[in-house]
Design a protein around this ligand. Structure first.
Ligand code: SF4
Ligand code: SF4
Length: 171
């Protein structure tokens, strides 16, 4: 009699477990999926996401607002930046060369924090892939921000450099 009782008890426990499992499955069947069909579908990263660094595109300049102060290069622990700067027609110093080696970048955010004109930011790019690492050794920020400005129909209001270039100071 006891064996018969245990037999039915095990059947009931098994059925209950099955019902519980199916309940979870059914509940998730009607929820929005958390996965996306990449690359057809793409995610939008949150504003806290730390992608590779890029220049901020400002309406007021139609470009970046870098003043060639080299503070980012000095703060960078892994020497990611190669910068040259010169005075422009309006007397403001602007970069004439601004290259970034993302392969050395630890995304530590120090350069973003020290920039006095807030012209550096983390991009939301999570698709960093290339055929050769060379494509990431010297990303040209001036060219990159120029392309983004053109895509948005903006024209740069930064003046042209008029004096000899300054070399990046030793860090
Ligand atoms: S995020 Fe950090 S490692 Fe990367 S460029 Fe800026 S300071 Fe250098
Ligand atoms: S800290 Fe900012 S303003 Fe100074 S050189 Fe770097 S990007 Fe330009």
């Amino acid at each position: 009699m006891k064996n018969l009782f245990n037999y039915f008890k095990e059947i009931l426990v098994g059925l209950w477990s099955l019902i519980t499992g199916m309940e979870v499955t059914l509940r998730y069947m009607f929820k929005k999926p958390v996965t996306v069909q990449y690359p057809k579908e793409k995610l939008t990263m949150t504003k806290n996401f730390r992608g590779p660094i890029q220049f901020v595109l400002f309406d007021k300049t139609g470009s970046h607002d870098c003043i060639g102060c080299f503070l980012c290069a000095k703060a960078c622990p892994t020497d990611c930046y190669t910068i040259e700067a010169a005075k422009t027609e309006g007397g403001q110093k602007r970069p004439t060369r601004f290259e970034y080696n993302v392969l050395q970048c630890s995304l530590c955010n120090l350069c973003v924090q020290v920039c006095p004109t807030k012209t550096l930011e983390h991009s939301r790019d999570y698709e960093a892939a290339a055929y050769s690492p060379d494509e990431y050794r010297a990303i040209n920020f001036i060219e990159h921000v120029g392309k983004r400005a053109t895509a948005q129909g903006m024209t740069s209001k930064l003046g042209k450099p008029v004096v000899e270039q300054e070399e990046k100071p030793a860090s």
